[in-house]
Write a protein of this length. Structure first.
Length: 138
């Protein structure tokens, strides 16, 4: 899949991520496609190997989807990993994208889920607008 975003669309995505997810206390947000290609990132963490994080997260998401299928589920509604210092919440954006949100224990999972739900609705309109504006997928 190819994805071409304008400077304005990237600015809108950054604004949505900042206003909804980062302002709720998340430390870092990564947007990838389901193949693990990095689209963008925002946040306060120094990420040494963001490309590997994107690729491994997409593989983890795909493996979890296969587990769901094997036990008769269409998908899992929640994919979350709790660590000692940092937590990771994975959210699907449409059929083709993944939002990876990193946050610490000072932020509740419920708040993160609520804010990401709002962000997904807003971000989806950007990608839907692209479908009508010309070739953005191959």
């Amino acid at each position: 899949m190819s994805l071409i975003l304008t400077k304005n669309e990237i600015g809108r995505l950054e604004e949505i991520i900042s206003d909804n997810i980062l302002d709720s206390g998340a430390e870092h947000v990564v947007l990838t496609d389901l193949s693990g290609n990095l689209i963008m990132e925002r946040g306060s963490l120094e990420m040494e190997d963001i490309f590997s994080l994107a690729a491994v997260s997409a593989a983890n998401f795909a493996a979890t989807a296969e587990i769901a299928r094997l036990i008769g589920e269409e998908d899992f509604a929640l994919l979350f990993h709790k660590g000692g210092r940092r937590n990771v919440y994975f959210s699907r954006l449409g059929k083709d994208f993944l939002i990876i949100t990193l946050f610490n224990d000072n932020v509740s999972l419920g708040l993160i889920r609520l804010k990401i739900g709002s962000a997904i609705q807003q971000m989806a309109t950007i990608f839907e607008d692209r479908k009508g504006a010309g070739p953005w997928r191959s």
